[in-house]
Design a protein around this ligand. Sequence first.
Ligand SMILES: C[S@@+](CC[C@H](N)C(=O)[O-])C[C@H]1O[C@@H](n2cnc3c(N)ncnc32)[C@H](O)[C@@H]1O
Length: 370
Amino acid sequence: MVLTSILSLVGTVLGTALDVACAVPVVGPLLKPLKFIFGAADDQSVTSLFTFLWNYRNFDFEHFMKSHKAALAVGQKTGDYCTGVCNYYEVMSEVITLTSGPFWHFVPMAEGVSRKESHDQFHCTMVNHLDAKPGQKILEFGCGFGEIGRQVAKISGASVTGLTMSNAEIVGGNERIHKAGLQDRCVIVQGNYHKMPFPDASFDKVFGVYCLKYSADLETAISEAARVLKPGGRLVSYEIIVTDKYDPTNKTHKYYVDNISHSTCMPPLWHAHNFRDAARKAGLVPHSEVDLCKPPAQPWYSCFERTYIHDVLSSPLVLNAVKLAETVRILPKSFFEFFEACIIHPTTDFTNAGRLGIVDGALMMVWTKP
Ligand SMILES: C[S@@+](CC[C@H](N)C(=O)[O-])C[C@H]1O[C@@H](n2cnc3c(N)ncnc32)[C@H](O)[C@@H]1O
């Protein structure tokens, strides 16, 4: 606990000192790479990986990996990934927070703009796409710790209910709501977005970010979102999807895309046309569709490139060092398997698939309910 606080304090102090140093003419630009190595988790620095290693030095990775693989096999056989999602987020909600801060999705980034500032901007973009107004009732399904919902509530004055299945996320999310003093307008409740625990026409607006990728039954999930929406309301979805360039018969394409799903216990990724079809069947009307990461924005996966995290995690040196550290028991049993499956894979596969243009992580789709 003490060392975690020290590591996070060191990250914040170094990050702030480097912010100042980077603003100095001539030397500043040369120091920029250091900022991405020593910054805080909000900026997804390499240092945050060390905080995670320290915190999880006694964790039972063997048990986690066994249950993760068993739940994935059940999901692939039955199309029901719920047990796998809960198992994954009971552990990964904290791991993602330690390594990436409160931001669990990709957003457009620009040169000279920090990751936190980019997410602040994304929250305003979300408010605009929702057309969120004071007094409205908004649902965020698949909300994680509910960062987006809290920001939407703060910016717009609306009330936001978060929905997720994972106990860890409900407890952690509601703690964060109280800490932000938003308990009068925000709450996180338990439920599966395929069978939402709300009456018909309960919300003025409904949105989900990076969560429908966990659904093997998109039509049911979107028809539920449409059901709980009031007539005249909007559904906003922002997801990771495969693009027209994805060719499942291409071994490299399939390797990256399958690994993205397997590492986080998900079914195969959907294409945008699956969302369009499901929304049409649910009686929704297309309102707008925009790729937020079209140039001049940097690619959606650029957070992993600008911080060198993709390079670090692609390095055989790092892989072998972790393997050795587990062999001599500096790191716990099965840590290497976890690190490769749940940290290296998603990070490098997102970047490699993004570079090939076969996966897109920045499509904002909006529908209205007549
Ligand atoms: C990648 S996280 C995204 C969290 C949040 N939307 C964000 O972008 O910061 C995916 C979230 O979807 C939730 N989820 C997955 N399947 C779900 C389901 N069937 N019902 C409700 N929540 C689900 C997970 O528990 C997790 O909170």
